[in-house]
Every structure is written in structure tokens, then in C-alpha cells.
Write a protein that binds this ligand. Structure first.
Ligand SMILES: C[S@@+](CC[C@H](N)C(=O)[O-])C[C@H]1O[C@@H](n2cnc3c(N)ncnc32)[C@H](O)[C@@H]1O
Length: 258
């Protein structure tokens, strides 16, 4: 799913520099990032957060994603600006990165819940905690399941430019959102017809999962929306942020930074 068509269908959320800038404002505020800090942008897609962080002088960013296409886009943009982003194609459940090697780990833009296997998200968050330094902060940004259910709309469509129409048909089954997405080109006909499911987290569920994995000082910020309007952005407008810390080992000072 995460290819050139995704960059069209989700462009309103993931290819808008103002939105990315607002999201990075929030990351910087919540995590108190310092210029010397290393940041892992896990499931970072085409690197919009790493690129924006580098533009602000936080240039120790590592971008990890599964999608070779999105990493190639990030590589090209990083090269254009001479940003030293390290790019890794890997599964976030098992990154191969050294333990305790990042001051901060971020998972932005609703990147959990896509893998059908029951424990997949738990494995991703466990891996995030493993690679995080003791005392480091973690943030995860997912759709707010409570808000999604309250304002559920089973059908939505939007146009992109003169040629593309994106149609989504959705249903909620328990804690899963099932969607069929059809993308039509007026010139070329159907260019995508796919179905997928995504796990929906309620704020308490996300908090519980983070706690079970061992994050502490957890805060869940609900109703985060970088979109100014009230349109249907495929749930990218009803999000929540979970922030947590990997505590230092016993004997190390536990100073507060957030
Ligand atoms: C909705 S996109 C968001 C991308 C990016 N964080 C952003 O905000 O623009 C979700 C991303 O998560 C990645 N992803 C999902 N599960 C993954 C996994 N197990 N390992 C690596 N990447 C994964 C996908 O390839 C995709 O790029």
C-alpha cells in the first residue's frame, strides 16, 4: 500500500508542509529535543518528519521504514538538501539496530495497526523501547479510535487535481476499521482497488499497551488534529499522541524533561 499511489491518496495529510511543520512543532514541544540528540523516525515513510527536523538543525535523524519506494523519495529529498539522514529499510518489529542507541523514538502519522498479526504493534513498541536510551522519550501518533467511531462516515471520496478520484468504503468491526479504497484516474481507469484493516486504539488502550511494554510517565493527548478544516481525511484528522519515557536504571538520576 505504501507506494506512489499512497502519496497521492494521502497527500492532503502527508505531503502538506504546513501540516508536517505543525506536527514537528508538537514533537519538539513534547519531547524537548536538543540539537545533539539522536532521533529514530520509526515507520517514517517518505521522511517528512526527519526532513523537517533536519531543516530545524536536528540532524541526527535515522529513518526506518518497510517501503523501498518511500525511502527512495526520502533519499532524493535528503540529497537535495544535503541532510545527513540515515535510511534503513527494515521491519519495525525487528530493526536490527543496537539497543539503547537513540535519545528519542517517534512513530508518527498513524503507522500502527496495519499488520494483521495480533502482537505486531506490541512488537513494534517493544522494539522502540529497546533501541531507546535509558531516560529517552518516545512518542506515538495514532488515530483516536473513540473519535473515529463517534464521527464515523462509511463512505468518503475526494478529488486530487483534474485526474484522480479517491473513494473509500469503510466499516467498523470491533476494534478494527475495514476499508476498501478505490483510486480512479479519469484518463487511465482504476489504478488501485484494495482492501485493508487497521486496528483502532482508544486512549485507555494505548496507555495500557505503553504501560505493559514498560514506558513510564505516560501521557495521552487526545484530539490532536494538524488539519485546520473539518473534512474527512481518512481519520488523519482525529488523532492522539502517546508520550512515554524509558526510565533510567536504578541509581541513575531521574531528572524530568517534560
Ligand atoms: C501512514 S504511513 C505514515 C508514514 C510517516 N510516519 C508519516 O507520518 O508520513 C505508515 C508507514 O508505516 C510503515 N510501516 C507500517 N508497518 C511497518 C513495519 N512493520 N515496519 C516498517 N514500516 C512499517 C509503512 O511502510 C508506511 O510508510
Amino acid at each position: 500500500m505504501f507506494d506512489e499511489i499512497y502519496l497521492l491518496t494521502d497527500a492532503r495529510s502527508v505531503c502538506d508542509p504546513d501540516i508536517t511543520s505543525r506536527e514537528v512543532d508538537l514533537i519538539c514541544k513534547l519531547l524537548s529535543i536538543k540539537v545533539k540528540n539522536s532521533i529514530l523516525d520509526l515507520c517514517g515513510g517518505h521522511g517528512r518528519h526527519s526532513l523537517e527536523l533536519c531543516a530545524r538543525g536536528f540532524n541526527k535523524c535515522t529513518l526506518l521504514d518497510y517501503s523501498g519506494y518511500l525511502l527512495d523519495c526520502a533519499r532524493a529529498k535528503a540529497a537535495d538538501h544535503n541532510y545527513p539522514i540515515e535510511l534503513i529499510q527494515a521491519d519495525a518489529r525487528s530493526t536490527g539496530l543496537a539497543s539503547e542507541s537513540f535519545d528519542h523514538v517517534i512513530i508518527m502519522g498513524n503507522s500502527l495497526g496495519y499488520i494483521g498479526e495480533r502482537d505486531a504493534d506490541r512488537q513494534i513498541l517493544t522494539e522502540a523501547k529497546r533501541v531507546l536510551c535509558s531516560g529517552g522519550w518516545f512518542v506515538v501518533d495514532v488515530a483516536n479510535g473513540t473519535r473515529v467511531k463517534e464521527s464515523f462516515n462509511p463512505r468518503a471520496w475526494h478529488e486530487i487535481g483534474q485526474d484522480i478520484v479517491v473513494c473509500r468504503e469503510r466499516s467498523i468491526e470491533g476494534d478494527s476499521l475495514c476499508a476498501r479504497e478505490m483510486v480512479l484516474s479519469k484518463k487511465d481507469g482504476i489504478i488501485r482497488d484494495c482492501s485493508y484493516g487497521i486496528h483502532l486504539y482508544e486512549p485507555q488502550g494505548l496507555e495500557m499497551l505503553m504501560k505493559e511494554i514498560g514506558f513510564r510517565k505516560i501521557k495521552i493527548y487526545t484530539d490532536f488534529s494538524p488539519h485546520k478544516g473539518e473534512g474527512d481525511y481518512g481519520f488523519m484528522n482525529h488523532r492522539m499522541l502517546g508520550v512515554g519515557r524509558k526510565l533510567k536504571k536504578i541509581g541513575e538520576p531521574q531528572e524530568q524533561t517534560v
